[in-house]
Design a protein around this ligand. Structure first.
Ligand code: AMP
Length: 424
């Protein structure tokens, strides 16, 4: 019986993996330039970390998290996002004691039991940054600027993208805003979807990002969170807008942007693509000033974002970026062709030498005819075929063939590395 991959969990095959490597390398370099250093946390965490950090009632935790007991009955979870893990590690290793702002980034697989569709998977990959330790709106602006910089490096035009921005205030502002929303939605209760009828009681903010068309229509004239900000939150938001202007970063105010995680405070944003349709958010983030404390650390503000690699690949895959992957080793440049069994040992020795000299090279192990092997050499993109027959072996030479011109030469084995390095 054939065993297939789990629904919503996708294999990334070699041709596509090349694009992934390119995108990952660009992201790593971009965030390093902004002063972020990598943190790698486990894929499995205690389930309560996300229940407390992300929020028990959020879709991510309530509906989508992969939860399972280990052999001792401890409830564990495959991480659905990484901010809670990064903050846990930040507290656990006392990074707050180092003072200043901790600038951390991550990149890796996340898991959510969602309905798989284009740009939405059950195992997907996120890269993200967390800047922990400052309330300054300049840091929010820097984080947003970094998001744009990543897109620029990947060659995505500014016109094809836009920034959605909102401020949802602090926990002190929330009850007043929640009440205003409740009052607004109550007369429309019957027309809301069943989920939103529940949200109306539990957390009416969630109604704002419901995807059901009638709910969206009802929400169109709902009260806006920015009208319920306290003095400090308003000043913070105005500070951010001023810095975004200084950086010449455009934004669109989106009063419906509340984001699906409980930990957000004040700034929330999404960078979206005009080419992606329904799942258009390339990345999303915001401030989480209460999270460190909720997870047992000292009160410490933070801001960050997370972006999906699948969606970036989707957008980039529609244009030809193969020329940008040139520095990634895509396959052998040299292909060895020992004519018979007697030449295999010498071919292996030559291969080992070429490889140690950094020349990507290979040969056939499937026992195919010389003609078939030569075809394979051309197909894998090699530039040179090296023939090694009885006669060549006796003279310690190989016959090289330039596969683009057909030109052939005899080259002493001892000079091969130099010969090839000069030509490929
Ligand atoms: P979130 O953690 O929900 O704020 O998501 C941040 C970003 O991760 C989104 O903007 C998407 O680019 C990406 N993302 C979230 N969920 C998925 C998923 N199920 N499949 C693919 N990408 C996702």
């Amino acid at each position: 019986m054939k065993v297939e991959a789990v629904r919503g969990m996708t294999d990334i095959l070699p041709e596509e993996a090349l694009l992934w490597q390119y995108v990952e390398a660009e992201i790593r370099e971009a965030v390093a330039i902004y002063g972020y250093r990598e943190i790698r946390t486990p894929i499995v965490e205690r389930a309560e970390l996300f229940a407390r950090g992300v929020g028990e009632a959020t879709d991510i935790v309530h509906k989508e998290m992969y939860v399972f007991p280990d052999k001792k009955g401890q409830m564990l979870a495959l991480r659905p996002e990484a901010t809670a893990s990064v903050v846990r590690a930040y507290i656990e290793h006392g990074l707050h004691a180092r003072g200043g702002v901790a600038k951390l980034y991550y990149l890796g697989p996340m898991f959510r039991y969602e309905k798989p569709q284009k740009g939405r998977k059950r195992q997907f990959h996120q890269y993200g940054v967390e800047a922990i330790g400052s309330l300054d709106p300049a840091l929010d602006a820097e984080v947003i600027d970094l998001a744009w910089y990543i897109m620029e490096r990947l060659g995505l035009r500014r016109e094809g993208l836009f920034l959605r921005l909102n401020s949802i205030g602090c926990p002190e502002d929330r009850p007043r805003y929640r009440e205003a929303l409740r009052e607004y939605f109550l007369p429309h209760r019957e027309r809301l979807c069943p989920d939103c009828q529940r949200r109306l009681v539990e957390n009416p903010l969630r109604i704002l990002d419901c995807k059901v068309p009638t709910c969206q229509e009802i929400a169109r004239d709902a009260p806006r969170s920015i009208d319920y900000l306290c003095e400090e939150c308003r000043a913070h938001f105005e500070g951010l807008l001023q810095y975004l202007d200084a950086l010449e970063l455009a934004y669109e105010m989106d009063p419906k942007l509340v984001r699906g995680l409980d930990y957000y405070t004040r700034t929330v944003f999404e960078l979206a693509s005009r080419d992606l349709g329904a799942q258009d958010a390339l990345l999303g983030g915001g401030r989480y000033d209460g999270l460190v404390e909720v997870l047992g650390g000292p009160p410490t503000p933070g801001v960050g974002f997370a972006g999906g690699l699948e969606r970036l690949i989707l957008v980039l895959g529609e244009r030809d970026v193969s020329h940008r992957c040139y520095h990634i080793i895509a396959g052998p440049r040299v292909y060895l062709l020992p004519v018979g069994k007697a030449e295999v040992a010498e071919a292996l020795r030559i291969l080992a030498t070429l490889r140690r000299a950094g020349i990507p090279s290979d040969m056939d192990y499937a026992g195919r005819s010389l003609r078939k092997r030569l075809q394979a050499a051309a197909r894998c993109g090699a530039r040179y075929a090296l023939f090694l027959g009885e006669e060549e072996l006796s003279r310690s030479e190989v016959k090289t063939r330039d596969l683009s011109t057909g030109e052939e030469e005899y080259v002493p084995v001892g000079e091969l590395v130099d010969y090839l390095k000069r030509r490929i």
